[in-house]
Design a protein around this ligand. Structure first.
Ligand code: BV8
Ligand code: ZN
Length: 251
């Protein structure tokens, strides 16, 4: 692997760090068969995000939006965590004060065993009422085109993801900003760095002196904050980083 020097820098930093933080995006789920948003064959290539991932979009065409999310849920039914998800779950157990912030809504980090996870953009497996925000806990039949109705107010049910123009969950973004501020190493994997305020986290880490690592086959907006760029798929390189770390600490 030509970047072994970079990996040694990362491993050394992991050993010296009191606080380790990670930010992931759709790219870490790519090897689980879940399309990213902005890659040429990504989700947004076919659909207009404003149309589908926004409250206005839902109001103007609730059936289309509900069907799009059910399509994504059906893809998720077949998806499993990949070696990148498992490597991050293992790294959490091996290091101190580990924080994982994800923009993903697929829950694969938790399925792989990650515990301290902040979901900035919510979760596609949860639902709530569009009108009164009451959580909707009944089972969803993803093949049913009919939008379920709220049992308290009769309003339409929506996926509990954060749409464009909506506020992020208060605790998730606050804790993620603190983790970026205090981390000595900030590993960014699988994100194009296009969506704010998530995309602002690497610059917070960089400005407070963390070693910023960008794991992405492509160059993106994250590049300007990255001290190290590993142009590999996350499912390939994250397990290498964890195994080199374990060798270095004698596990
Ligand atoms: C908000 C959930 C306050 C739904 C999503 C400045 C400050 C604040 C807000 C804004 C601002 N400027 C603009 C805004 C508004 C907006 C925004 O950022 N727009 C962008 C497009 C300019 N932000 C918001 O609206 C946010 N809300 O700020 O509230 C507010 C309120 C009102 C008015 C103003 C402000 C809400 C944003 C959340 C939107 N919801 N998702 C759903 O999933 O359906 S965003 C969506 O994009 C997903 O969550 C996704 O995760 C996220 C980011 O995309 P990425 O994860 O980075 O995925 P992408 O495809 O882009 O990139 C994948 C990368 O992986 C690529 O680089 C590729 O090279 C790489 N890759 C591919 N394969 C691999 C790989 N890497 C590693 N390994 C591989 N194998
Ligand atoms: Zn309701």
């Amino acid at each position: 692997m030509k970047d072994i020097k970079d990996i040694e820098i990362i491993v050394e930093k992991l050993i010296d760090s009191e606080r380790v933080a990670v930010l992931t995006g759709a790219g870490v789920s790519a090897e689980s068969g879940i399309k990213t948003f902005r890659d040429p064959d990504g989700l947004w290539a076919k659909f207009n995000p404003a149309e589908l991932a926004s409250a206005q979009g839902f109001l103007s065409n609730p059936e289309l939006v509900w069907e799009w999310y059910n399509h994504r849920r059906s893809v998720l039914e077949e998806a499993k965590p990949n070696p990148g998800h498992y490597a991050l779950a293992e790294l959490e157990k091996l290091t101190n004060n580990f924080t994982l912030t994800t923009q993903n809504v697929d829950g694969l980090h938790q399925q792989a065993g990650s515990e301290n996870v902040y979901e900035l953009h919510g979760s596609i497996v949860k639902n709530h009422c569009f009108e009164c925000c009451e959580p909707y806990l009944s089972e969803i039949d993803i093949r049913d085109k009919e939008i379920p109705k709220c049992e308290s107010c009769g309003g339409r049910i929506r996926p509990s993801v954060v749409w464009f123009g909506e506020m992020l969950p208060e605790e998730a973004i606050k804790k993620s900003e603190i983790a970026a501020l205090n981390s000595e190493i900030y590993i960014v994997a699988g994100t194009s760095g296009e969506v704010y305020p998530a995309a602002g986290l690497p610059s917070i880490a960089s400005n407070s002196g963390a070693l910023v690592v960008d794991i992405n086959p492509n160059l993106t907006a994250i590049g300007k904050y990255a001290d190290v760029h590993l142009a590999y798929p996350s499912a390939e390189i994250l397990p290498v980083i964890v195994s080199e770390y374990k060798k270095a600490v004698g596990i």
